[in-house]
Ligand binder design. Structure first.
Ligand SMILES: CC(C)(COP(=O)(O)OP(=O)(O)OC[C@H]1O[C@@H](n2cnc3c(N)ncnc32)[C@H](O)[C@@H]1OP(=O)(O)O)[C@@H](O)C(=O)NCCC(=O)NCCS
Length: 181
């Protein structure tokens, strides 16, 4: 953790979730398919990262980098000709990091049938300064009941991410000592 990141985010006014919420839409074409003829998961992940990055940049009013991506779930295949909507919002903020929740919906580009939920993901972005060091972000202010629930769930994921990172670090340190390395 750097000195920059230790600056108090409380100095900045909180920002409602709705301020940075964004939707990125894209029609899937034939050059985005896998060997089965459906859309490659990596293409969807790129859209997810793009939408989440836009949200993190808007919320933090500057550059933000992807620190981690977890729980990318694909529920249904996406097909050529699907109009995909990638909806992203800041679920939670720490000192310099933001959890962005992303929901991916798909509908046929030329039909008026309801869009289906095809995937979801949670990403952590860190706001950085021009030297790539973490910088403080405004605290997100969840307003609706759904945003409050997402905030609470994001806190649980944050706790698990930090615990997992700490345990793996400790295990590696123990193994290094044991192997005399
Ligand atoms: C993300 C990055 C800026 C973190 O830098 P760092 O020196 O480790 O700084 P910190 O440990 O203070 O982490 C900054 C924040 O990110 C969070 N963070 C860092 N790594 C994380 C991870 N793997 N998962 C979740 N959160 C993470 C920290 O918890 C901290 O949050 P907080 O300030 O809200 O408490 C740095 O690792 C980096 O630049 N990574 C490369 C990012 C990148 O290039 N992404 C695009 C891939 S092509």
């Amino acid at each position: 953790m750097t000195d920059q990141a230790h600056a108090d985010p409380g100095d900045q006014p909180g920002k409602p979730t709705a301020v940075s919420r964004t939707t990125l839409s894209h029609i899937m074409s034939g050059n985005e398919t896998n060997l089965l003829g459906t859309v490659h998961g990596g293409v969807i992940m790129k859209l997810v990262d793009d939408a989440a990055g836009a949200v993190a940049g808007r919320h933090s009013e500057g550059p933000a980098v992807t620190a981690s991506m977890d729980e990318m779930v694909f529920l249904e295949p996406v097909r050529v000709g699907d109009l995909v909507h990638v909806k992203a919002q800041v679920n939670w903020t720490g000192r310099s990091s933001m959890e962005v929740g992303v929901r991916v919906l798909a509908e046929r580009w030329n039909e008026s049938t309801p869009a289906s939920h095809v995937g979801s993901a949670y990403l952590v972005f860190a706001a950085v300064d021009e030297d790539g060091r973490p910088r403080p972000v405004a605290q997100v202010v969840p307003e609706s009941e759904q945003d409050k629930r997402r905030y609470q769930e994001a806190q649980i994921r944050r706790t698990h991410r930090l615990a997992r990172r700490r345990e793996i670090k400790e295990l590696r340190a123990r193994r290094t000592v044991e192997s005399g390395g």
